[in-house]
Design a binder for this molecule. Structure first.
Ligand code: ATP
Ligand code: MG
Length: 689
């Protein structure tokens, strides 16, 4: 392809441009590895998008570019950006979005490559994927079978068992190391846990299912086999990774397996934004990256922030400057002056919700869309009061990183039928699907499924099973539907229609408000139609489900305007004009669960930094005076007066505008004068005197 005067390169600053052009040979051939390490809003993601477009403009084949991002949304966004730039460079016919098939998360891309090489590595290609909840159900089953659920109460719960297992796998460490690093109170159970994990791994293999961690683990194992690694690596000329600071050891070893000499590898990240160490992310990955290869990677640092106004950036810089360890330097704002970020003191969480709703509407009056505003919080349940307030006031919203559309029971039911048809040995799916039938309980379901799992021809075995005594004709209908789907009758997406038509008559018996739920299922069928195949649909919705919305009827269409609610973790990489950070108080930030080790405290500081650096023009941190922390909730304490987060020290206060809401007016003050004291306890005692 011919590259016209490269106007798209002129929008970049000199360092960004160096990163875009580094190691791009004739016809877009790959050169030495590249690391871009720089602070928030410095244009790392934007630089990667330009690099994709530039490579294509120079003649690289977009189908041979692997682009790894932290969410599916981020992959879609990056693809869109690259497309826009490519069109600027090469004209309207340069659309590359459809020819960038390898853009996605590590997990989703892993699933595709594992399927591609399934036969070589002894896996059945029809494997299905367990989400965290399914994995914990399976862990529980295995725990039960091993007799450990009858062990004394202190044996770790199924969730903890899975977390320990996951930690060991992702950190490439032994069970002992994982326990010592993150679960010291479970160390007494090391032998039992090892036996349990052994049984869990065997169960997954028997059932031909992979959990989330397996997607990285199998991929890393393939990348460690020289012959497979070479073939896999040869699929891609360029491998690019965004948010590299949040990758773990497995992910790093996948990359070196694919590209042992680092040629064509480009990663970007910011060590000050590393917030996933609880999932064994390893900030050392990014710091060690240059040394991993010979010749070493080119390092590009960026020093300008294009996102936030100077006052917002100053405040965020002040917070992160107290971090103990940090590689990236402070940035300077290219945006210039603006309003000070605000610290807003409020009575409690209910008032906080009112304040946010009021302010969001005020902003909208002033011309800002809802979509340009976001509310960020530490953990998903912190938005409960706000969600109620938004629903009450009819303000539409979408919640990222919270309860998902697909978590709804009826949606999971329908998916379990599809999954069971895809892989009849998937016991968790089968267990759920079979019990949708009247007269089928855990006992009869288990009996049938155990026979199916053990069979070399699972579908045939399923069809040959006698109907459970009280299920009769319903059973026949069920297995017929499963078989029809398994055989791909009508093709995709007609198969999901088959499942829905079988399931819908049962809805009313199983769930309340069957009408609303039926609408959801119809919507799911529509979503399904945008995927090329059943297995792609199942894989991708399991890995990265659509987000929940306020109207409970599945994901919104694109052109609607809605407010964004998001956990800070899920807000990574994004930006909004206005950002509200809920509960900026000690006990929440840092969480009182996270103040033990100093490493945890540092991660909490980075979390606040990530939250603050999402704002472009307007940042407000809310300080409810009454806030129940985890521990206070657990102990049932009533009176707590929360203090401003310790990460915003007294010395930093002049970087903020401090205010109370509602503003103290004479009238308010008078109305809120101290209440007369009443000793109700004394009255009660007097009652029986
Ligand atoms: P984060 O660390 O939060 O992921 P980032 O470093 O990836 O941030 P981007 O999201 O790529 O930063 O860019 C931040 C904003 O700055 C975007 O709105 C982007 O369009 C803009 N931007 C980046 N580079 C430039 C530039 N050279 N000129 C103008 N705007 C830019
Ligand atoms: Mg980014």
């Amino acid at each position: 392809r011919f590259v016209p005067a490269a106007a798209y390169l002129e929008t970049l600053n000199p360092e960004q441009r160096r990163a875009v052009e580094h190691g791009v040979g004739p016809k877009g051939a790959a050169g030495a590895p590249l690391l871009v390490i720089a602070g928030a809003g410095s244009g790392k993601t934007n630089t990667l998008a330009h690099r994709v477009a530039h490579l294509v403009a120079c003649g690289a084949d977009p189908r041979r570019i692997l682009l790894l991002t932290f969410s599916r949304r981020a992959a879609a966004e990056m693809t869109r950006r690259a497309e826009r730039i490519a069109i600027k460079a090469l004209g309207p016919k340069a659309g590359i979005a459809d020819s960038l098939p390898w853009a996605g998360t590590f997990h989703a891309i892993g699933a595709r490559l594992i399927r591609r090489y399934a036969e070589t590595i002894g896996l059945d290609q029809q494997f299905t994927i367990l989400d965290r909840e399914d994995a914990s159900d399976l862990m529980n089953l295995v725990r039960h079978e091993a007799g450990l659920s009858k062990a004394p109460k202190r044996f770790p719960t199924k969730g903890t068992c899975l977390a320990i297992y996951s930690r060991a796998v992702n950190a490439e460490s032994s069970v002992e190391q994982a326990l010592a690093a993150a679960f010291p109170w479970c160390a007494g159970w090391t032998a039992e846990l090892k036996a349990l994990f052994q049984a869990y791994v065997e169960a997954k293999q028997r059932q031909n299912v992979l959990d989330y961690d397996d997607l990285l683990l199998y991929w890393a194992q393939m990348a460690a086999e020289p012959a497979i690694a070479a073939e896999m690596g040869a699929l891609f000329d360029h491998v690019m990774v965004d948010e590299y600071q949040d990758t773990n050891r497995l992910q790093a070893s996948i990359l070196t397996g694919l590209k042992p000499d680092g040629r064509g590898l480009a990663v970007v990240g910011d060590d000050a934004q590393s917030i996933y160490s609880f999932r064994a992310a390893e900030v050392r990955n990014i710091l060690d990256f240059p040394k991993t290869f010979s010749p070493p990677a080119e390092i590009v640092t960026l020093d300008r922030n294009y996102r936030s106004t100077a006052p917002i950036l100053d405040a965020a810089n002040a917070v992160i400057s107290l971090a103990q360890e940090r590689f990236t330097k402070n940035l300077r704002s290219e945006r210039g002056d603006g309003a000070l970020p605000r610290l807003v003191s409020i009575r409690d969480e209910a008032e906080q919700a009112r304040y946010v709703a009021d302010s969001v509407l005020e902003n909208r009056e002033a011309g800002a869309t809802l979509k340009s505003q976001a509310v960020l919080f530490r953990t998903s349940h912190h938005s409960a009061a706000l969600e109620l307030e938004l629903v009450r006031r009819d303000i539409p919203f979408v919640k990222f990183g919270g309860l998902k559309f697909l978590d709804a029971a009826h949606v999971k039911d329908l998916l379990s039928i599809l999954r069971f048809a895809q892989n009849p040995r998937d016991r968790v799916a089968g267990f759920r699907a079979a019990q949708l039938l009247p007269g089928v309980g855990p006992g009869s379901a288990s009996k049938i499924l155990d026979a199916v799992v053990a069979s070399p021809a699972p579908l045939e075995t399923l069809l040959a099973q006698p109907a459970p005594p009280r299920a009769g004709a319903d059973w026949t209908g069920f297995v017929a539907a499963v078989a029809a789907i398994a055989h791909g009758q009508g093709g995709w997406p007609a198969e999901i229609g088959l499942a829905r038509r079988w399931y819908e008559p049962h809805l009313e018996r199983i769930h309340d408000d069957a009408g609303v739920r039926a609408l959801d299922l119809a919507q799911l069928e529509q979503i399904a139609a945008s995927y090329p195949s059943r297995e792609r649909f199942l894989t991708e919705v399991t890995l990265d489900p659509p987000d929940a919305t306020s109207d409970e009827a599945g994901p919104p269409s694109r052109d609607e305007d809605y407010l964004i609610l998001s956990t800070i973790h899920s807000a990574k990489g994004q930006e909004w004009r206005s950002v509200f950070v809920l509960n900026g108080v000690d006990g929440c930030m840092p969480s009182d669960l996270g103040v033990g080790a100093s490493a945890d405290l540092e991660e909490e500081r980075r979390l606040l930094y990530v939250a603050m650096t999402r704002a472009k023009d307007d940042l407000r941190i809310l300080l409810p005076q009454r806030f129940f922390t985890h521990q206070q909730r657990a102990h049932g304490d009533r009176h707590v007066y929360a203090a401003r987060t310790r990460f915003i020290t007294k010395a930093m206060l002049d970087r903020f505008e401090q205010l109370r809401w509602p503003p103290p007016s004479a009238e308010n003050e008078a109305a809120r004068g101290p209440l007369p004291r009443v000793d109700i306890g004394a009255r009660m005692r007097a009652m029986f005197r």
